[in-house]
Design a protein around this ligand. Structure first.
Ligand SMILES: Cc1cc2nc3c(=O)[nH]c(=O)nc-3n(C[C@H](O)[C@H](O)[C@H](O)COP(=O)(O)OP(=O)(O)OC[C@H]3O[C@@H](n4cnc5c(N)ncnc54)[C@H](O)[C@@H]3O)c2cc1C
Length: 485
C-alpha cells in the first residue's frame, strides 16, 4: 500500500508522549505544521504520476514503497539515492531518512546471526518488512545511546547507572521489555515507527544490551524530549521506560556477538544516505559562495576564484564518492543483500564532514565581516531603517541590496554550531569512518604497490604479471640507441 499524505498526518495523532521546552505537546501536527507537511510530502510525491515509477514498485500484485525493498543489486542502492535526491529537490521527506538504513542494517545482521547461531530473527524481519510494505510507515533509526563514560562498557559497575545503553530488563513468553534512552533521533517525534539497534559492540556480560527491535512511536512507556526550540521536534531524546516489545518485532535479544555487526551494517548504509542528501546542500553552498562573490564584486579576483574552485570540488567529490559507493556495492552471497562499498561510503561521509569547517572558513572569508555584525531582517522590514540598509549594504550595482542581505543571513545560518556538529557527528563521528577505512582498506594491494615501487618481485595478482620497474613494454632497438641510420 502507498500511504497518502493525509493518512500519514492522521497517524501522528496517536496519543504519543512528546515534550519540548518544558511543555507537553499533545498534538505534534498542530505544533509543527511545516515539518509535518514536509514529511507528508514524501508520501504525496509517491502518488504523483511523474515520480511514482521511481518511488514505488509492484510486489505480489500490490503497489508498495520502493524504500522497503531489500536492496539486492547495486542499482537498487543507486535508486534509493535517486529517491533521496528527488525528495530533497522537492523539499520532501525526513521521517524515514534514517529508518530504512536501520531496517536494512538490522536485516543483514539478523541474517548473518541466524546462520551463525541458529536463531530465527530473519523470519521476524521478513514479516516486519512485509508489514512495512503493507502499512507504509515512516520510520527512524534509534542507534545512538547516551553512553555515560565512553571508556567503559555498558554493564561496567563504574558507570553511573545501568541504563546508558538500551537494554532488555525482562524476557516474557510473548516478548521482551526494554529500558533506556536513545539520543539525537532525527525526526522521531513525527515518525510512526522506531527501529532500535545497538550503537556498538557489547560483551557477553553485557548481553542484555545487545537488542534490536521495532517499536511504535505511541508504545506505552515511550516518550520524546525534543531539541530545544526546534521546529518539528528536531532530533529528540527517546526515553524507553519498560517498553514491551512482542517477539515478532524483535531482531536480536542477547546475541552480543552480533551487536557490532548490526551497528556497522546500519552505518554502512547510512553513510551513503548522508553522502546523498548532503550533495544538494553542498551544491547550494557552492552557489551561495559564488553569489556572495558576485554581490561583493569579486568574481575576477584570483584568490576568490581559487576558493570557488574548492567549493565546486567539495560538492562534486561528495557526489562522485556516493555514486561510486552505490554502484560498486557488493551483493553478499549468503544473504543476497546489496550493500554499499564500505571504503567509498566511509570516504564520502568523512570527506564532506571533515571539510565542513573549511567550507565555512571560505564562505565567511568571501562574505566579509558583515556576516558577524549585520542588523536583523526586522530592520529591513522597518520602513524607518530600511533606507539605510538599502543604501549602505548594497554591493555590486547590478544586484539589489535585499539579495545580498538575504544571502548574508544564509551565510550566518550555515555557520551555526548546529550544522558544524551535524556534519561531524551525525552518521558517526569522524574517527569511526577512519576506523572502518583502516579495517576495510585493501592493505595487501597497498603494500604490494609499495614493494613494487621499491623494485621487488611481488606476488599480488595486481602486480605479479607486471614487467617490474625499470622494465618497459617497448624496447629500443640497438640501432636507435646508438643513433645509427
Ligand atoms: C544533528 C544530529 C542528528 C543525529 N541523528 C541521529 C539519528 O537519527 N539516529 C541516531 O541513532 N543517532 C543520530 N545522531 C547521533 C550521532 O550518530 C552521534 O552524535 C555520533 O555517533 C557521536 O556520538 P556522541 O554524540 O555520543 O559523541 P561521542 O561518541 O561521545 O564522541 C565525542 C568524541 O569522543 C570520541 N570518543 C567516543 N568514544 C570514544 C572511545 N571509547 N575512545 C576514544 N574516543 C572516543 C569520538 O571519536 C569523538 O571525537 C545524530 C547526531 C546529530 C548531531
Amino acid at each position: 500500500m502507498i500511504k497518502t499524505a493525509e493518512q500519514y498526518v492522521k497517524d501522528l495523532r496517536d496519543g504519543r508522549v512528546v515534550y519540548q521546552d518544558g511543555k507537553r505537546i499533545t498534538d505534534v501536527v498542530a505544533a509543527w505544521p511545516k515539518s509535518v507537511e514536509r514529511a507528508a510530502s514524501e508520501f504525496f510525491v509517491a502518488t504523483i504520476p511523474e515520480h511514482r515509477p521511481l518511488f514505488t514498485m509492484m510486489e505480489d500484485g500490490e503497489e508498495c514503497s520502493f524504500a522497503f525493498k531489500m536492496p539486492s543489486t547495486p542499482e537498487d542502492l543507486q535508486r534509493r539515492r535517486e529517491i533521496l535526491r528527488v525528495s530533497g529537490e522537492l523539499g520532501a521527506g525526513g521521517s524515514r531518512l534514517t529508518g530504512i538504513d536501520g531496517l536494512n542494517g538490522v536485516a543483514f545482521g539478523a541474517a548473518k546471526m541466524d546462520r551463525a547461531m541458529g536463531t530465527h530473527y530473519s523470519e521476524n524481519m521478513a514479516k516486519y518488512r512485509a508489514w512495512c510494505k503493507k502499512n507504509d510507515p515512516s520510520i527512524v533509526a534509534a542507534v545512538s545511546d547516551p553512553k555515560g563514560d565512553r571508556s567503559l562498557h555498558a554493564e561496567d559497575p563504574r558507570q553511573a547507572n545501568k541504563d546508558f545503553y538500551v537494554r532488555i530488563v525482562d524476557r516474557k513468553k510473548d516478548g521482551i521489555v526494554i529500558t533506556g534512552c536513545k539520543l539525537h533521533i532525527t525526526a522521531a517525534a513525527i515518525a510512526t515507527e522506531i527501529m532500535v539497534l545497538p550503537s556498538r559492540n557489547h560483551n557477553e556480560t553485557g548481553k542484555d544490551y545487545a537488542v534490536a527491535c521495532a517499536v511504535p512511536c505511541n508504545a506505552k512507556g515511550v516518550s520524546f524530549l525534543c531539541s530545544q526550540g526546534s521546529v518539528g521536534g528536531g532530533h529528540p531524546m527517546i526515553i524507553f521506560e519498560e517498553v514491551f516489545v512482542p517477539w515478532e518485532r524483535v531482531f536480536m535479544a542477547g546475541e552480543w556477538q552480533f551487536s557490532r555487526e548490526i551497528a556497522t551494517s546500519f552505518a554502512r548504509y547510512h553513510r551513503l544516505t548522508a553522502a546523498t542528501y548532503k550533495v544538494g546542500q553542498l551544491n547550494a553552498l557552492a552557489g551561495l559562495a559564488s553569489l556572495m562573490a558576485k554581490y561583493n564584486g569579486l568574481t575576477k579576483a584570483t584568490r576568490i576564484r581559487d576558493m570557488l574552485g574548492w567549493f565546486a570540488m567539495y560538492a562534486t567529490v561528495t557526489e562522485a564518492l556516493g555514486k561510486a559507493a552505490a554502484l560498486s556495492g557488493d551483493v553478499d552471497p549468503e544473504t543476497k543483500q546489496a550493500r554499499p562499498n564500505p571504503v567509498y561510503t566511509n570516504c564520502a561521509k568523512y570527506w564532506f564532514a571533515s571539510q565542513w569547517h573549511e567550507a565555512m572558513k571560505y564562505l565567511q572569508d568571501i562574505t566579509g565581516g558583515i556576516a558577524a555584525t549585520i542588523p536583523s531582517m526586522a530592520d529591513w522590514d522597518n520602513p524607518e531603517t530600511r533606507p539605510f540598509l538599502d543604501k549602505y549594504l548594497r554591493g555590486a550595482a547590478e544586484y539589489p541590496t535585499e539579495e545580498r542581505i538575504r544571502a548574508i543571513h544564509k551565510v550566518i545560518e550555515e555557520g551555526a554550531t548546529f550544522h558544524g556538529v551535524l556534519s561531524i557527528h551525525a552518521e558517526g563521528s569522524l574517527s569511526t569512518q577512519k576506523q572502518v577505512l583502516f579495517q576495510q582498506a585493501d592493505w595487501a594491494l597497498f603494500e604490494a604497490a609499495a614493494k613494487y615501487s621499491l623494485g621487488y618481485k611481488v606476488d599480488h595478482p595486481e602486480f605479479k604479471n607486471r614487467l617490474g620497474l625499470g622494465n618497459t613494454l617497448w624496447k629500443m632497438p640497438e640501432s636507435l640507441l646508438k643513433g645509427k641510420k
